[in-house]
Design a protein around this ligand. Structure first.
Ligand code: DGJ
Length: 731
C-alpha cells in the first residue's frame, strides 16, 4: 500500500520506495501541498508558516485573520481569481463573465490500479494505486478531481485533473494545467531542453530567478524548440548526488511549463496544455480531462531520476509487440536517394543491405501520388506506379524475398495543394475564413479533429497495410501548426481546436495500433519535433533528429537521455560529408553514436568500399549482441559533450554483470596523456574483464580510477569497451 489517509487530519500521504508526497485539506477545506521529497514518516504541516504579508489578501471565511492568505500558502492546484497572484493551474470564466474559482475539499477516493484517461495516453499499471481528491468551487457546481497515480516501486507519481461542470450553465476553461506543485525554497536550478530543427533537446541549466520562467510550445506539437519536460535540482546536484525533481508531460501538442520563484522565495511549477489559443466550453454535465504529467523526486542525483523515467516509459508507457522487443536494424533510403528513386534502385539498396545483415528496408518519402519533390502529393496515399513500376506489393514481395521486412513512410496529417485530395476536399484543411493559410514546407494541415478526416486516413493506411506485407510505418509531421480554425466547430468553440487536433491524432493512432498489432509505428516530426511521452504511447521509437552528424548527435542524444529511454531514440549511420553539417567522421564514430539508440543506416550501402561493408556487418553483429544490454540496461551519462572534451556513456546490466562503454574523443592533441574515464553502476566488489584483453580489474578500481581510453588519432575518435564480470572479490 502506498497511499495513506489520516482522516481526522485530512492528510494524504503517498509513500513510494524512496519518496513521500503529502497534501492536506485544512480547516477551510483549502488543499495545501505539504511535501514532496525524501521519506519523512511525519506530517509535514509543522513547516507551514503564516506571515502577515502586505498586499496578500485573505479569504472572507477566515474572518479578520490577516495571516492566512492563498497568496502565500503552498497550494495543490492553484486557481485564478481567488487572491493567489502566482501562476495558476486553472482559469475559469464563469457564466456571469467573472473569472474566479475557489476550490475546497469535498471528498476523496483511494483505489487499486492506476487510473486511465479517456482519449489520452497515460501510464498504465494494474498493480499501481490511485488517489482522487474531489474539490468543489465554493460558489458554483464546478468540481475538480485531482488524480494521483502511484507506482511505488518505481518512485513514480502521476498527476492529472478532471474538471467537471455539475451546474446548469456552460463555463469556459481558459487554462487547465495537469498539475501545479509548490515546493519550498532550496536554491533550485532549472534544467530544460531547448533547440531547433536538426538540433533538438540541447541541455540548459540555470539558477531560478525571481519572477516567472517558462519553456513552452505554441506550435501545435511538442516541438523541436522546447520539450515538455523539466528538472529542478539543487545547485550541488550532480549525476550521482543531490536533490532533484523531474516531470514530463504525456502530451504531443502545445504545452507550457512555467516556474515562479515568488516574493517569499517559494517555487511553483505549473505544467500542462498551453493556454494561448486554448479555451474550452464545458457544457453542463461534461468533464474535461487534462493530459497526464509524470513526476519523480531523487535525492541521489540526476542519474537516478533518468533511470526511473526510462523504466516507467519503457514498461508503463510504451505498448505493443515492440515495447520491450529488440528492434529490427533498418536501412532507410531518405539520405541515400531523397526523391530520386525507382523500384530497381530501392530493390538494389535492399539487396545490398540484406547481404550485410540489415533486417528491414524503410521506403521513405516520395513513393506515392505525384511526389517527386516536397511541393506535391501529400494526401494521396496510393503508390506512384511511374516510379515504382509494378506497384508497391510487387516491390514489397521482392524485398520480403530477400528475407527482409518492409517499412513505409507516411505523413498523414498533411495535404499538398497539388494533390488529388486537396482538389476533392479543400474543405478539410485548417484555414481561417477569409485569410490565406500559412504554408510550411509548401504544405497545409488537415483538420484531423474531424471524424471524416480520421476515417479517410484510417482507410488509406489500413489499405496500405493490408495490400502489402508492411510491418513498420514511419509517421512524419513536417511543419508547425497555425491557422487554427475548424469548419465544423462553432465560433465560440474554435479555441478547442488545438487540443481536439491532438485528441484526433491519438484517436487515429489508437485505432491503428489496435487493428494492426504487428506493425511498429516510428514517430517523426522533421526528426525530433514531436519527441514526447504522448507519442511514445503509440510509437515505441521516434526518429531523434534530422541531424545525423555523429558529433552533433552526441549532444542531442545526451539531452534526450535525461527523460527518454535509449530504445526510444531512432538513430542511423549516414554518409559523409554529413548532409546537415558537412562534417566528416569515421564510420566507426557514426556506428557507435547510432548504436546508442534504435539502430539503422541511412545511406547508399552500394557505394561503400569493402572495408566499410565489413564495418557494417561488424556493427550489426555488435548491435545484435549488445542490443539487449543497450535497451534493457541502465544508461549512464559519463561526460557532458557540451562542455567536456569527450562524449562518453555506458550501459550496465541491472545485475552489474556486464557493461558497454562507448563514446568519442572530440580532438586529438599531440604529446597528451590518454583520457581516463571513471565508470558507474558496476559492482565495486566485482572483478571485470575487459573484452579482447586478459586485463581483469576490480569494480572499485573502474569506478574510482576508471578505464584508460585508447590512444587517439584525428578528431572524433570513437571508443567502445565491453566489460564482463568474471567473479566477485572479497577484498
Ligand atoms: C523529415 C524526416 O525527419 C526525414 O527523415 C525524412 O523522412 C523527410 N522528412 C522526408 O520528407
Amino acid at each position: 500500500m502506498a497511499i495513506y489517509v489520516i482522516e481526522e487530519k485530512k492528510l494524504f500521504q503517498i509513500v513510494t520506495a524512496h519518496t513521500e508526497y503529502q497534501i492536506q485539506a485544512d480547516s477551510y477545506g483549502v488543499l495545501r501541498h505539504l511535501w514532496y521529497g525524501e521519506k519523512t514518516r511525519c506530517a509535514m504541516d509543522y513547516l507551514l508558516d503564516y506571515p502577515d504579508v502586505g498586499f496578500s489578501g485573505n479569504p472572507y471565511d477566515v474572518g479578520t485573520c490577516r495571516t492566512y492568505s492563498l497568496d502565500t500558502q503552498p497550494l495543490e492546484y492553484a486557481c485564478t481569481g481567488n487572491g493567489d497572484y502566482r501562476i495558476p493551474a486553472l482559469t475559469v470564466t464563469q457564466p456571469d463573465g467573472s473569472c474566479s474559482a475557489d476550490l475546497r475539499y469535498e471528498s476523496h477516493k483511494v483505489y487499486s490500479g492506476k487510473y486511465a484517461i479517456p482519449g489520452l495516453p497515460a501510464v498504465y499499471d494494474d498493480k499501481g494505486e490511485t488517489l482522487e481528491i474531489i474539490l468543489r468551487d465554493r460558489y458554483s457546481d464546478l468540481r475538480v478531481i485531482l488524480r494521483y497515480g502511484v507506482l511505488a516501486e518505481l518512485n513514480i507519481i502521476t498527476r492529472s485533473a478532471i474538471i467537471q461542470n455539475d451546474g446548469s450553465i456552460t463555463v469556459r476553461l481558459e487554462q487547465v494545467a495537469s498539475f501545479s506543485l509548490d515546493i519550498p525554497s532550496r536554491g533550485w536550478e532549472w534544467i530544460h531542453f531547448y533547440g531547433r530543427h536538426a538540433m533538438e533537446r540541447v541541455t540548459e541549466r540555470a539558477p531560478l530567478i525571481h519572477g516567472i520562467q517558462e519553456s513552452s510550445s505554441t506550435r501545435g506539437t511538442s516541438s523541436h524548440h522546447q520539450n515538455p519536460s523539466m528538472i529542478l535540482c539543487q545547485k550541488d546536484c550532480t549525476e550521482t548526488s543531490g536533490a532533484c525533481f523531474g516531470a514530463f508531460l504525456m502530451y504531443s501538442g502545445s504545452f507550457q511549463t512555467k516556474i515562479e520563484l515568488d516574493q517569499l522565495h517559494q517555487t511553483r511549477v505549473v505544467m500542462g496544455i498551453h493556454p494561448e489559443l486554448f479555451s474550452w466550453a464545458l457544457q453542463p454535465g461534461e468533464s474535461f480531462y487534462t493530459p497526464e504529467a509524470v513526476l519523480t523526486y531523487s535525492d541521489t542525483g540526476l542519474e537516478t531520476l533518468s533511470h526511473r523515467f526510462h523504466k516507467v516509459i519503457r514498461e508503463h508507457v510504451c505498448r505493443g509487440k515492440y515495447q520491450l522487443a529488440e528492434r529490427p536494424v533498418l536501412i532507410n533510403n531518405w539520405e541515400a536517394t531523397y526523391f530520386d528513386f525507382d523500384a530497381e534502385k530501392i530493390y538494389n539498396i535492399a539487396k545490398e543491405a540484406a547481404t550485410l545483415g540489415v533486417d528491414m528496408l524503410v521506403l521513405d518519402d516520395g513513393w506515392f501520388g505525384k511526389r517527386d519533390s516536397d511541393d506535391s502529393g501529400l494526401g494521396d496515399w496510393f503508390v506512384n506506379e511511374n516510379k515504382l513500376q509494378g506497384g508497391l506489393k510487387q516491390l514489397v514481395d521482392r524485398i520480403r524475398g530477400l528475407g527482409m521486412q518492409f517499412g513505409i513512410w507516411i505523413e498523414p496529417e498533411m495535404v499538398s495543394e497539388n494533390s488529388n485530395l486537396y482538389q476533392v476536399h479543400p474543405d478539410w484543411i485548417m484555414q481561417i475564413p477569409g485569410r490565406d493559410p500559412i504554408r510550411g514546407r509548401y504544405q497545409l494541415l488537415l483538420d484531423i479533429s474531424r471524424l471524416d478526416v480520421q476515417d479517410y486516413l484510417y482507410d488509406c493506411i489500413s489499405k496500405l497495410l493490408t495490400t502489402a506485407d508492411i510491418t513498420y510505418i514511419k509517421w512524419d509531421m513536417n511543419r508547425s501548426i497555425c491557422d487554427w480554425y475548424s469548419s465544423l466547430l462553432p465560433s465560440q468553440r474554435q479555441g478547442e481546436l488545438p487540443h481536439r487536433y491532438v485528441l484526433g491524432l491519438y484517436a487515429l493512432l489508437e485505432r491503428l495500433v489496435t487493428d494492426f498489432p504487428n506493425v511498429m509505428i516510428e514517430g517523426c516530426s522533421g526528426g525530433g519535433g514531436r519527441f514526447d511521452a504522448g507519442m511514445l504511447y503509440y510509437c515505441p521509437q521516434i526518429w531523434c533528429s534530422d541531424d545525423t552528424d555523429a558529433y552533433e548527435r552526441t549532444t542531442i542524444q545526451y539531452g534526450t537521455s535525461y527523460i527518454y529511454p535509449i530504445s526510444a531514440v531512432g538513430s542511423h549511420v549516414s554518409a559523409v560529408p554529413n548532409h546537415q553539417t558537412g562534417r566528416v567522421t569515421s564510420f566507426e564514430a557514426r556506428g557507435i553514436t547510432a548504436m546508442a539508440g534504435s539502430f539503422g543506416y541511412e545511406l547508399n550501402l552500394g557505394i561503400l568500399n569493402e572495408d566499410e561493408k565489413h564495418a557494417v556487418t561488424d556493427q550489426i553483429h555488435r548491435f545484435k549482441t549488445y542490443g539487449p544490454l543497450i535497451h534493457n540496461g541502465r544508461y549512464y551519462r559519463l561526460s557532458n559533450p557540451i562542455t567536456d572534451e569527450i562524449a562518453a556513456w555506458s550501459f550496465v546490466a541491472e545485475d552489474a554483470s556486464e557493461a558497454l562503454v562507448q563514446g568519442m574523443v572530440f580532438r586529438t592533441q599531440p604529446n597528451a596523456l590518454r583520457h581516463t574515464l571513471r565508470l558507474r553502476g558496476l559492482d565495486p566488489k566485482g572483478l571485470y574483464q575487459i573484452d579482447g584483453t586478459d586485463h581483469i580489474l576490480t569494480g572499485s578500481a573502474l569506478l574510482h580510477g576508471g578505464v584508460l581510453l585508447p590512444k587517439t588519432w584525428g578528431d572524433y575518435y570513437p571508443f567502445e569497451i565491453h566489460l564482463t564480470k568474471v567473479s566477485a572479490t572479497d577484498r
